[in-house]
Design a protein around this ligand. Structure first.
Ligand SMILES: Cc1cc2nc3c(=O)[nH]c(=O)nc-3n(C[C@H](O)[C@H](O)[C@H](O)COP(=O)(O)OP(=O)(O)OC[C@H]3O[C@@H](n4cnc5c(N)ncnc54)[C@H](O)[C@@H]3O)c2cc1C
Length: 430
């Protein structure tokens, strides 16, 4: 439905923008989603690892991240790599400011505070996703049944068990296992059970297809009288006498009572001309999806598995097998070279050697996405100035945090008392 001047227009039709629109609509507001691409959810929400995982709520800038990133420049293996290709952009003031803040927040205390905060939002969000799943006409291959994290090094296992124990004190459910016990829960891990020093099982986490979930949200928003305009990049915010009144696009202005930026890794772009320097930058990841894996129906993997040592996740989805991972700070570099993709195939061989035996990159659908990573590891959710709000910076957790973030912002904008503390997610924070 075409709307003249809706209550809210959301810039960005990914997991966060659509969840925000749906949450607002459910509370009676009129909504328009403005999307740059030809359809919704074609950027970072398209082929992610497909895991809803409160267990992985710790930000990536933990203690020691600076050393790891510098080491990556020298070719040492690291969960997060800094690419030389990022350097022209790195020298820009925004990237430099983000990088310094990212490092500043990597102290133990900041990291734990952000982890706790993200856990609260993740827990809340997962309850909302479950409720919405009942309302939406959706096929996101949800089967429940948990997530396994497997370990090959004793120190990493001990550190993860320690963090998990802290999270258990605030509600996370988890069970520590041996490699053999992990293979009892996921028999497809049998061939590598002997290589594992241990595993952790998180029964409340699960796999589900983010893209199908997004398209179900979009269908419902339209059915309920909302508007979704595609192929329409917003080029600038329009300022009225004392507030933001809309956005300009190549096909004319789009006005609304309040505009919400949910443009993922691109969220900082529209704010820069207002002098607002949002510390959210892209961290690139990749996925390979192998379709028609007939074996998935005959004793193939059933659960999502995160391999801590290899820094990858393997998820069976809709009869396909997806491997996702890598975290590169390389600006908005869209290249997808064999050099970048081959390591993912190698990782798949390390997790499921038999299944991956005859697979090549040619058998895979390849994809990359830019995680919108905030410098302090928590999303920005709230009002920035009159007529303008944001919901972005969800990093590696956007699927998990989507519904909770949407409802939190909707409550704040509609003057309702939020069910979780909004203070740590404030739109403007140092
Ligand atoms: C490899 C990988 C694996 C991941 N796995 C998981 C996982 O298992 N679980 C999890 O919780 N999270 C995961 N994530 C993170 C998650 O995918 C992201 O946090 C989430 O997709 C971000 O959603 P978003 O809506 O903020 O951004 P996006 O999905 O990128 O949506 C933003 C939208 O805004 C649009 N846009 C941008 N600029 C404009 C403009 N000017 N005008 C109009 N539209 C605009 C874009 O086209 C895009 O559609 C993963 C990410 C990656 C890269």
């Amino acid at each position: 439905m075409k709307l003249e001047n809706p209550d809210y227009q959301i810039i960005g039709g990914g997991l966060i923008g659509l969840s925000t629109a749906y949450a607002l609509q459910k509370q009676g507001a009129s909504v328009r989603v403005v999307e740059a691409r030809e359809n919704v959810a074609l950027e970072t929400s398209f082929a992610n690892a497909g895991m809803v995982h409160a267990s992985l709520c710790d930000p990536w800038n933990g203690p020691g991240v600076g050393r790891q990133m510098l080491g990556s420049l020298l070719g040492r293996p690291s969960p997060m790599t800094l690419s030389m290709r990022a350097f022209p952009g790195m020298l820009g003031p925004d990237m430099l400011r983000w990088g310094l803040k990212f490092l500043k927040h990597s102290t133990s205390i900041n990291h734990w505070n952000a982890t706790k905060t993200n856990y609260a939002l993740a827990h809340y969000s997962m309850a909302k996703i479950s409720k919405w799943r009942e309302e939406l006409d959706i096929d996101d291959d949800y089967t429940g049944k948990g997530l396994l994290k497997i370990f090959r090094e004793a120190q990493a296992f001990e550190e993860s068990v320690a963090l998990t124990s802290k999270l258990q004190t605030i509600g996370l459910k988890a069970k520590t296992l041996s490699g053999t016990q992990a293979a009892q829960i996921e028999p497809a891990l049998g061939p590598i059970a002997g290589d594992l020093v241990g595993a952790i099982y998180y029964p409340d986490d699960y796999k589900a297809d983010a893209y199908n979930y997004c398209t179900a949200l979009a269908r419902t928003i339209l059915k309920q009288g909302g508007e979704i305009v595609t192929d329409r990049p917003a080029s600038a915010l329009i300022q009225g006498a004392d507030k933001t009144i809309g956005v300009s696009t190549k096909m004319g202005d789009l006005l609304a009572r309040t505009t919400i930026i949910a443009s993922g890794a691109r969220s900082a772009d529209l704010l820069r001309p207002l002098g607002i320097r949002l510390p959210v930058r892209p961290v690139k990841g990749y996925s390979l999806t192998f379709l028609d894996m007939a074996f998935l129906n005959k004793g193939g993997p059933k659960l999502p598995v995160v391999d801590d040592g290899l820094h990858c996740a393997v998820t069976p989805l809709h009869g396909a097998l997806r491997i996702a991972g890598t975290a590169e700070i390389t600006g908005f570099d869209t290249s997808m070279t064999t050099k970048r993709l081959s390591p993912l195939l190698e990782m798949l061989r390390d997790v499921y050697p038999k299944l991956a035996e005859n697979l090549t990159l040619k058998d895979a659908q390849t994809w990359h996405g830019f995680r919108p990573v905030s410098a302090d590891g928590m999303p920005f959710i709230g009002t920035l100035c009159p007529g303008l709000a944001i919901n972005t910076g969800h990093g590696h957790m956007g699927w998990t945090l989507s519904a909770g973030s949407g409802v939190l912002l909707a409550d704040l904008l509609l003057g309702k008392r939020p069910k979780i503390d909004p203070a740590p997610f404030k739109a403007r924070r140092p």
